[in-house]
Design a protein around this ligand. Structure first.
Ligand SMILES: [Mn+2]
Length: 325
């Protein structure tokens, strides 16, 4: 018997993060605006009692941070991360479900560290469900491109090379002794483009990775059941952050991203994951990242993302409007 818990209890706090300096292609700056144009806020309002759109985060001064070789535009990314960290922490602490609209995936430096700080203060274990073609587990030393959107997971797991970022979470209660995130609490789904050094690091650190072959062989329902079961049996009160990268999806259904990789998740696979996440009632916070409206086709990717977020927050199949992509 499937559970259908009531998700209409908790307020949703939305923050835009128009950051593109972490990506190799420009355009993610327009991501939050495109998601709002696709009526993300109005859609959430049909699914939650209170939706607060805080607008876009204002970054800290980039001059506060120093350049780091191998990490392109680190001061800019760090400046956004500092502000995002504070916004995420405050939203989580307020009891809302924080939702971050990227921006490239480097917004996760701040969004995840911020919610993790709150969760750790509450003695809650933090888990991340990472829906992405890429693992984003590079460090400045291993990254072939130096683009920081490929690095947030390594940073959050305490890998070296990010000293210049450390000021981002000055009040992190446990930075000195604990990382914001334990690698074994990360579940990556949809991988199909992982750099060689990154692959070694992932398996060495115990990150749980499910690639597209696992999707083909096992099906997403079986994978998701295991992931959700593992999280609920590992922790009585987990904080589960979902990070959805547009390139998780197949480029045919979501072309609006600078890092397309063929063979991504289908429309039904993506919706099923969102529906199972919703049924689990475990999701505590969300990033929607890498939407590049400059590359999108007439809002196709933005509208699909809004529909996926609606599934995550409880829209049922029968409630879904007819729509052609
Ligand atoms: Mn990514």
């Amino acid at each position: 018997m499937r559970k259908h818990p009531d998700h209409r209890q908790q307020p949703i706090a939305v923050w835009g993060a128009p950051l593109e300096a972490g990506a190799g292609t420009r355009g993610c700056l327009m991501g939050p605006a495109s998601l709002r144009t696709a009526e993300l806020i109005e859609t959430l309002e049909t699914l939650a009692p209170i939706v607060i759109d805080h607008g876009d985060v204002t970054p800290a001064p980039a001059a506060d941070f120093v350049e780091t070789p191998g990490a392109r535009a680190l001061p800019t990314v760090a400046a956004w991360s500092a502000a995002l960290h504070e916004a995420a922490y405050a939203a989580a602490k307020s009891g809302a479900t924080p939702v971050f609209l990227g921006g490239d995936h480097s917004i996760a430096f701040g969004s995840i560290s911020g919610v993790a700080r709150h969760a750790q203060e509450q003695d809650r274990d933090v888990f991340v469900i990472w829906l992405d073609a890429h693992a984003d587990f590079n460090t400045p030393a291993t990254s072939p491109s130096g683009n920081m959107h490929g690095m947030p997971m390594a940073y959050l797991c305490g890998e070296p090379g990010f000293d210049a970022m450390r000021g981002v979470e000055p009040k992190m209660p446990s930075t000195a002794t604990r990382r914001p995130l334990a690698p074994e609490n990360i579940f990556m789904l949809g991988l199909r483009s992982v750099d060689p050094d990154e692959r070694d690091l992932l398996s060495d650190r115990g990150v749980r990775a499910f690639d597209m072959r696992d999707f083909d062989e096992r099906g997403v329902a079986s994978i998701m059941r295991d992931v959700l079961e593992e999280i609920s049996s590992a922790s009585p009160n987990p904080w589960v952050h979902v990070s959805l990268d547009v390139d998780f999806l197949d480029p045919d259904i979501a072309p609006g991203v600078g890092t397309t990789v063929p063979g991504g998740a289908t429309f039904r696979e993506a919706h099923l994951i969102m529906e199972m996440l919703c049924d689990s009632n475990l999701v505590s916070s969300l990033d929607i990242v890498e939407l590049n409206p400059f590359l999108d086709k007439r809002g196709k990717s933005a509208r699909l993302l809004v529909d996926l977020v609606a599934s995550l927050f409880g829209r049922r199949i029968f409630d879904r409007p007819s729509r052609s992509y």
